[in-house]
Design a binder for this molecule. Structure first.
Ligand code: ADP
Ligand code: MG
Ligand code: MG
Length: 193
């Protein structure tokens, strides 16, 4: 992946996060503590500042450096998880992997960090089907991504704050799944995949 593609992907992701920050907080209110939008907005602001102030070597470094900003600025559960994701992508890209394999490397690092897997009503429930679509050559669209995000409504949370609610977590979209949906829509728009 070209460095400039990675940068425009993250610039686009930041725009979507800022535009949806209030909505992400709203999603996090019934099944969490109402801060997911504020967390991600703070983290992505730091990412954009860093990308504007330093010359990046390549796409791998873009994700590595941005991941560090997310780790230190997002906080909560999602900060370390997005950091793991970005670090995994950076490792994959520096090893010359295609984007679907690099994303899979990111997904594996999320699972390790979160001690979590598919079906637990987390961002994994968007990452996994998106990567599957890409690697099987299916056409990934915004609509497909929405389908994956919306499907988290029916799941019962077994990880993170939402898991404290048990069955009462059912019927709500997972906020991390929604922010990850924005990440993949930004990827499609910037030609990342
Ligand atoms: P916090 O819950 O600490 O306030 P955020 O609100 O920023 O953090 O992020 C919540 C999101 O993090 C959830 O919607 C979910 O997608 C994700 N998440 C939480 N715990 C885990 C986990 N163990 N594995 C994967 N994702 C998780
Ligand atoms: Mg929260
Ligand atoms: Mg919190």
């Amino acid at each position: 992946m070209e460095k400039n593609v990675a940068i425009s992907w993250l610039i686009n992701f930041n725009e979507k996060i800022q535009a949806n920050s209030a909505y992400l907080n709203t999603l996090d209110t019934p099944i969490g503590d109402g801060d997911h939008g504020a967390n991600m907005a703070r983290g992505m602001t730091a990412v954009i500042e860093t990308l504007a102030s330093k010359e990046m070597l390549d796409a791998s470094e873009v994700f590595k450096v941005s991941g560090m900003q997310l780790l230190t600025k997002v906080g909560g559960a999602s900060g370390p998880l997005y950091w793991s994701a970005f670090t995994g992508i950076a490792k994959g890209l520096s090893a010359g992997q295609s984007i679907d394999n690099a994303l899979d490397s990111g997904l594996n690092d999320i699972k390790k960090r979160g001690n979590s897997d598919i079906g637990e009503k987390t961002l994994i429930d968007v990452w996994a089907p998106v990567i599957k679509s890409l690697s099987t050559g299916e056409r990934l669209t915004d609509q497909t991504i929405d389908t994956f995000v919306d499907a988290t409504k029916d799941l019962k949370a077994s990880k993170g704050r939402a898991s404290y609610l048990g069955d009462r977590s059912i019927g709500h979209i997972d906020p991390g799944a929604y922010s990850s949906g924005l990440f993949f829509k930004a990827m499609l728009e910037s030609g990342g995949a």
